[in-house]
Design a binder for this molecule. Structure first.
Ligand SMILES: [Zn+2]
Length: 83
């Protein structure tokens, strides 16, 4: 228990940093297509060709961060609660 209390300031700091990151850039590049929105294929003669649309981000190339999603959900809850 005491070790958990000891770790709390660090955890709070990490959470704050993550919150700042989410506030600064709510979208992150899709990890699967690296933000392209589609897969890149290489043809036999060495040229790069646009492949299929990325299924993970539906071609947007960007993914909303989990933290931002939580933030949006929290804001919605707050609005509904204070109406
Ligand atoms: Zn993608």
């Amino acid at each position: 228990m005491s070790s958990l209390l000891h770790a709390m300031p660090g955890l709070i700091l990490v959470a704050l940093c993550y919150a700042c990151l989410c506030a600064a850039s709510p979208f992150g590049a899709c990890r699967k297509c690296k933000g392209w929105g589609f897969a890149i294929r290489q043809t036999r003669d060495g040229r790069l060709k646009r492949g299929r649309q990325c299924r993970r981000c539906q071609g947007y190339g960007q993914r909303i961060r989990v933290g931002r999603r939580l933030y949006n959900a929290a804001v919605r809850l707050h609005r509904e609660g204070t109406r």
